[in-house]
Design a protein around this ligand. Structure first.
Ligand SMILES: [Ca+2]
Ligand SMILES: [Ca+2]
Ligand SMILES: [Ca+2]
Length: 452
């Protein structure tokens, strides 16, 4: 089978299906050598309830070759069908003019994008109704052109998903949504920041089971960092410059369970003192090792959070029901840092951080001012995105040479005893249990070095 960039054929394992699907779809024609071992993390460093997602492992390799909103080679086209590993031959801003629906059994490997990486801008990206998805190193920015009431990145009735090192910003209600019926989801090392008109909220996590939120930065959202309704792990997050409320309880008639462990709440210029609130006795909370820093003095010098610290948000709220042990035990536990160590790790690598773009660089510089800089964006008018400085530029760059289009560059194939002229090797398993393509993609995004 010959493979040419301008007229590629597609071979889907196990059946041979030739000459279908989009022009940017490339298959690796060989079967995986064996079935990967059960219990293999989605990638080294994947933790929590979504950590066992396999995404598009064993499926076809699909190249995003254009920044266009739609059409052959577009991101929209790449994620429109299941059983794919999506890699990027382009970096920069993809201006979306309509929402994007992602299919099941997909890996979106944003770390493969050249230059400063990839940014999906202008509309919502939805994983609603889908399962088994791995997304790493992607910027999602909805912005004021998006639909009022929608999330930047939305999961509804979604399951078995891990979102890693993504930036989720400028949402037109919440930045992130994990809603009704969703389960087995991890969001780790992400930034949820600067919600805009009309609510400026961080995230609605509502009526879910088994959700892990770890090592995320929640920043300059008016409230809901997140709003937590369901069974949720909340470990090693940093919440900076909330507006009215930081972490919000579920405050409903239904029972909710929330493990709040070793997080750091840091007040900013927009914040009142309600770093946690909107709880009722139906919220069952385990809290341990959390710190709060309310003095805006430019230094990280928080004090331990007490149970009384959860009593905020107004007279209609109450203390949660505190429990004496964590309630959540995912298949791969979160590697728990101290709250100060989590802060260091988040400053270093939260969000789409292989190469941070100007928006995220600004956010991190505001965070590290420790109370001096940062602002929530107005939820009363449409000016927020402009006040934030606008989308600016995300620089692209040339992709590495990949002669057989299997997603692995020639140089890496040669260095690792693969064949740069044979696309079949990419989907074979290496001894680690991952396919060679996954080993390459994981090498672009090595797990963080331990924080000393
Ligand atoms: Ca301080
Ligand atoms: Ca190759
Ligand atoms: Ca190859």
């Amino acid at each position: 089978m010959s493979l040419r960039p301008c007229f590629r054929t597609c071979v889907l394992w196990p059946a041979l299906v030739i000459g279908l699907a989009s022009a940017n779809l490339l298959a690796a024609g060989a079967a995986p050598a064996t079935t990967p071992a059960a219990g293999l993390p989605a990638f080294p460093g994947a933790v929590g309830f979504g950590a066992l997602a396999t995404g598009g492992r064993g499926g076809s390799v699909c190249h995003v070759t254009t920044l266009a909103n739609a059409g052959p080679g577009s991101f929209r086209d790449a994620v429109s069908q299941p059983n794919r590993i999506v890699v990027f031959d382009v970096g920069g801003i993809i201006p979306l003019t309509a929402d994007v629906d992602v299919s099941s059994n997909i890996t979106i490997a944003g770390q493969s994008a050249p230059g400063e990486g990839i940014c999906l801008y202008g509309r919502t990206v939805s994983l609603a109704g889908q399962s088994n998805i791995i997304i790493r190193y992607v910027r999602f920015r909805q912005g004021i052109a998006g639909d009022r009431g929608k999330k930047v990145l939305g999961m509804d009735k979604s399951s078995n998903i891990i979102i890693d090192h993504c930036s989720v910003e400028w949402g037109r209600w919440d930045d992130l949504g994990i809603t009704v019926g969703s389960s087995k989801i991890t969001v780790q090392y992400c930034i949820m920041a600067e919600g805009i008109h009309p609510q400026s909220f961080g995230a609605l996590i509502d009526t879910v089971t088994e959700v892990t939120l770890s090592h995320n930065l929640w920043m300059s959202n008016e409230s809901r960092n997140p709003k937590a309704k369901g069974t949720i792990q909340y470990i090693n997050n940093v919440v900076y410059n909330w507006g009215g409320t930081g972490l919000c309880g579920g405050h409903s008639a239904a029972d909710h369970s929330l493990d709040v462990i070793n997080n750091y709440f840091i007040k900013g210029p927009s914040s009142n003192d309600t770093f946690a609130g909107q709880f009722l006795a139906t919220d069952h909370v385990y809290q341990s090792g959390n710190l709060v820093d309310l003095d805006c003095d430019g230094k990280l010098n928080g004090v331990p959070v007490t149970e009384a610290g959860f009593r905020g948000g107004g007279s209609e709220y109450a203390l949660p029901t505190f429990v004496s042990a964590p309630a959540m035990h995912p298949p791969i536990p979160v590697t728990v840092d101290s709250a100060p160590a989590a802060y260091v790790r988040i400053v270093a690598e939260a969000g789409c951080s292989l190469r941070r773009d100007p928006v995220d660089l600004r956010l991190i510089s505001e965070l590290t001012s420790l109370g001096q800089k940062g602002k929530t964006l107005p939820h009363t008018d449409d000016k927020g995105e402009a006040l934030a400085g606008g989308i600016g530029e995300v620089r692209g760059g040339p992709p590495p040479e990949d002669s057989d289009h299997d997603g692995i560059p020639d140089s890496w194939e040669t260095a690792h005893q693969l064949d740069p002229k044979d696309p079949a090797d990419a989907l074979k398993l290496d001894p680690s249990g991952y396919t060679h393509l996954e080993v390459y993609l994981n090498s672009l995004a090595s797990p963080a070095a331990p924080v000393k």
